[in-house]
Design a protein around this ligand. Structure first.
Ligand code: NAD
Ligand code: DAU
Length: 338
């Protein structure tokens, strides 16, 4: 019996990972610890609520009391909990530093006190900074360029210091841009595809030529699983999708799937410090037997279909959520003058 503590499990990647665990294993217990911030939704895991080996705890990873209690009974910690949006991190970084840095510290400390078999810190390709040519390997220098990626890089260093100094069995994954079901409609793919469905403009930053490497979320989940089971302690593993594409091209593909006109594309003021390109070399993880399974075109269509079939899920955010509306007001103000 393996006991997992999954922090941030009510968010996009976390909920897909918890679903993956229950599909892949019988002999597990999973506790999700989630603060239910704007991007967390307990109902993302509703179908698991009747299981007696699943438990949801509403709480903050920066709260030592709740973290201490849960770490007493965990074998494997997977830390997804984070403020995850770059644009929000540029608007203000109070909660971001508190969760991404201090929260990770609180978790590491409790893991050190109680002992765990594995502490997996979920990181990102953004820590390498903008990659003009070639692809990042795990030993590259970290050059984060926005507050979000800077806190993620800081958390990586902190986690690795707990391995080096205290012998905590830390591992780190750095993945590229995920897409798939349950992604909050502030990130490019769900934001643009739901806007297109509402016949609203798609605000593309700068010249639209920035490049991201898209990874289907379930491929990230199998990559994380591989690192937990086969990865070496104290090591970092990149998880890339192998689908590098410009923002304008992915926007065109979304419009084509939905049969919506390209005239919906509106060029707006660029994101400050906008990283031009991310690119990961995932050979280290592939040497453990992992590879991404998803076909990009088919999985993008599957993702679009999920949003078409689950309109209630995103309508509850876009139409009814006050916080989302306030964020969007600020967002559009910042993007004026492009
Ligand atoms: P998300 O914003 O959808 O989910 C984050 C979750 O963390 C939410 O459920 C939220 O309620 C929870 N949370 C936030 N602060 C918390 C706190 N203090 N205590 C407990 N829970 C808290 O984000 P996501 O896209 O699912 O990202 C998950 C992780 O993966 C993050 O660490 C992010 O940096 C990393 N990541 C994301 C991507 C991507 O493309 N989305 C790529 C690489 C890495
Ligand atoms: O690379 C991994 C990272 O991917 C994760 O660590 C982050 O948590 C995740 O949010 C994501 O960051 P990005 O900044 O790459 O993702 P986002 O969806 O915000 O933007 C993708 C690209 O699209 C980026 O070049 C900015 C651009 N963009 C984004 C939005 C929201 C636009 O042109 N217009 C927009 O409205």
């Amino acid at each position: 019996m393996k006991k997992y503590l999954v922090t941030g499990g009510a968010g996009f990647i976390g909920c897909n990972f918890v679903k993956h665990l229950f599909e892949a294993y019988d002999n597990i217990e999973v506790t999700v610890l989630d603060k239910l911030t704007y991007s967390g939704n307990k109902d993302n895991l509703k179908e698991l609520e009747s299981k007696n080996n699943y438990k949801f705890v509403e709480g903050d990873i920066a709260d030592p009391a709740v973290v201490d209690r849960l770490l007493k009974d965990a074998d494997i910690v997977v830390n997804f909990a984070a403020e995850s949006h770059v644009d929000r991190s540029i608007m203000g970084a109070d909660e971001l530093t508190q969760t991404n840095l201090h929260g990770t510290y609180v978790l590491l400390n409790a893991a050190k006190k109680h002992g765990v078999d594995c502490f997996l810190q979920i990181s990102t390709d953004e820590v390498y900074g903008s990659v003009e040519t070639g692809s990042s390997v795990e030993t590259d220098f970290l050059m984060p360029r926005n507050p979000y990626s800077a806190t993620k890089a800081g958390a990586d260093h902190l986690a690795l210091s707990y391995f080096t100094t205290h012998g905590l069995p830390v591992k780190i994954t750095r993945s590229s841009n995920n897409y798939g079901p349950y992604q909050y409609p502030e990130k490019l793919i769900p934001f643009f595809l739901t806007n297109a469905l509402e016949d609203k403009p798609l605000p593309l930053y700068g010249d639209g030529l920035n490049v991201r490497d898209w990874l289907y979320v379930r491929d990230n989940c199998t990559g994380i699983d591989t690192v937990i089971n086969k990865g070496k302690i104290g090591e970092i593993y990149n998880i890339g999708g192998g689908n590098e594409i410009t923002n304008v091209e992915i926007t065109r593909r979304i419009l084509e799937i939905l049969d919506k006109p390209e005239s919906l594309i509106t060029y707006v003021k660029d994101r400050p410090g906008h990283d031009k390109r991310y690119s990961l070399n995932s050979a280290k993880l592939e040497s453990l037997g992992w590879k991404p399974e998803a076909d990009f075109a088919a999985s993008l269509e599957k993702t679009v279909k999920w949003y078409l079939d689950n309109r209630d899920w995103w309508d509850a955010i876009k139409q009814k959520n006050k916080e989302y509306k306030e964020f969007m007001e600020k967002y559009y103000k910042e993007r004026q003058g492009g």
